[in-house]
Design a protein around this ligand. Structure first.
Ligand code: F6R
Length: 244
């Protein structure tokens, strides 16, 4: 628990930078699982700063994003492709061929094959070294909404009504928020060698209490993280304020 989100975000960015450098020193790739949304913005900001001011290189980094709305054009303002380029990829020296984000433009009947391939690519690269997560007010991680199975893989899902309400501002109203998304599964996330879930502000306090102290259940998918030995929750004081 950190006093504020900025300090916490810098600590997470430092951890990511350390992993990248350790891999670089061994001539290896770092395989990162990334999240979008408000939560990781300052983490990406700090990584960009370290790239520009301290020479942190992303040449050995491969990334897999958790999710994307479906359908979604990559060029749309609300797409997670736009988000990732605006907040990170356009400002660093990552090889764009090493960037993977679920494809929101596929025909519905091509989605399953895409998802199987997404999982396969992660595995072929040796698995995710580190997965970073935010948490939705439904308890979702990625877009694994209530009802998601602990062994779920990358797949098409239906978004919870609360998730669509929370996204309404970005889309100029709930009616325009897609009803579906493609997301890595809980099982995909679990295979990462290290998982960091971040949450900031009072708005997340209630769901953080459930995720950390509540009964493990598909009703609150983030509770499955209680079963992992490799997970760290990084919180600001407000998000942690309801923990006993
Ligand atoms: C985003 C994602 C979601 C968000 C969650 C929190 O890629 O997978 O699980 O992390 O909805 O969103 P923010 O950070 O906007 O509160």
């Amino acid at each position: 628990v950190y006093s504020d989100a900025k300090t916490a975000s810098v600590a997470v960015a430092d951890k990511i930078a350390k992993l990248i450098k350790a891999k670089q020193a061994r001539g290896e790739k770092a395989v990162l699982g990334l999240a979008t949304g408000a939560t990781p913005v300052a983490v990406y900001g700090e990584l960009v700063r370290q790239h520009k001011e301290e020479g942190l290189s992303f040449k050995n980094v491969i990334t897999f994003n958790l999710d994307e709305y479906y359908p979604m054009k990559p060029t749309a303002a609300q797409s997670y492709v736009t988000f990732m380029y605006d907040n990170l990829f356009s400002h660093i020296d990552i090889d764009k061929n090493n960037v993977h984000i679920p494809d929101g433009t596929l025909d519905a009947d091509a989605v399953v094959a895409f998802c199987v391939e997404y999982e396969k690519k992660i595995e072929e690269l040796g698995g995710l070294d580190l997965q970073i997560l935010g948490i939705g007010r439904t308890g979702h991680i990625g877009f694994n909404e209530p009802g998601s199975a602990p062994n779920s893989g990358t797949r098409m899902v239906t978004l919870d009504d609360l998730t669509r309400r929370d996204a309404a501002r970005d889309f100029g109203g709930k009616a325009d928020v897609p009803t579906k998304a493609i997301t890595m599964g809980i099982g995909t996330i679990f295979k990462a060698r290290e998982i960091i879930l971040m949450a900031w502000s009072k708005k997340k306090a209630e769901i953080i209490k459930k995720a950390v102290e509540g009964e493990i259940s598909g009703e609150v998918p983030a509770t499955y993280l209680q079963l992992s030995d490799n997970v760290e929750f990084v919180l600001d004081a407000e998000a942690a304020s309801e923990l006993t």
